[in-house]
Design a protein around this ligand. Structure first.
Ligand code: CO
Length: 169
């Protein structure tokens, strides 16, 4: 009879040990979940950065900017010249598809008080303030629809030269 009890206890211990090992394995595998979800939230560090330079010769250094659809674009406009913003001011203005470029540009030059963005302007997806030589400014935006978008500097007389296409894919 005693032997039966001993056997029972032994079997119980073996079962308990195996159960514990299983528990340990489960714990180990649940530890992996936070790592996976950290990777899933990684897009925060996945912003697309663009640097667009403007100079004293009234030129942007890019006429085409490629960006991904649906991601945060962090665009920095950098004025590499020395001239003041009153004489060689630059901004970055991104127009929605369907906005008439020349119509917008001709209205924008009159809007000095609002950094050459007409107060009643529609279809401006993103813009910076006007900056002068040595300054830089950053604007963040997201393009939700693939396509080709016009960008320009809307400072008086600049849009004929300082313009380009932003292509979202
Ligand atoms: Co300009």
């Amino acid at each position: 009879m005693k032997k039966t009890i001993k056997t029972f206890v032994f079997l119980f211990l073996v079962t308990a040990t195996v159960a514990c090992k299983n528990d340990t394995k489960k714990t180990e595998s649940t530890i992996e979940y936070p790592e996976t979800s950290e990777q899933a939230t990684a897009p925060e560090n996945d912003n697309t950065t663009v640097v667009l330079e403007g100079n004293d010769q009234m030129q942007f250094d890019k006429s085409e900017i490629d960006v991904p659809v649906g991601k945060t674009i962090s665009l920095t406009l950098k004025h590499t010249g020395k001239l003041a913003k009153e004489v060689m001011g630059h901004n970055f203005v991104l127009l929605d598809q369907g906005v008439d470029f020349n119509d917008f540009a001709s209205k924008a030059v009159l809007a000095k008080e609002t950094d050459y963005i007409p107060a009643d302007a529609t279809g401006v997806l993103a813009h910076t303030k006007v900056i002068g030589g040595g300054e830089s400014v950053t604007v963040e935006f997201t393009i939700s629809e693939a396509g080709t978008y016009d960008f320009l500097c809307s400072f008086p007389g600049h849009s004929a030269m300082m313009k380009g296409k932003l292509i979202a894919k």
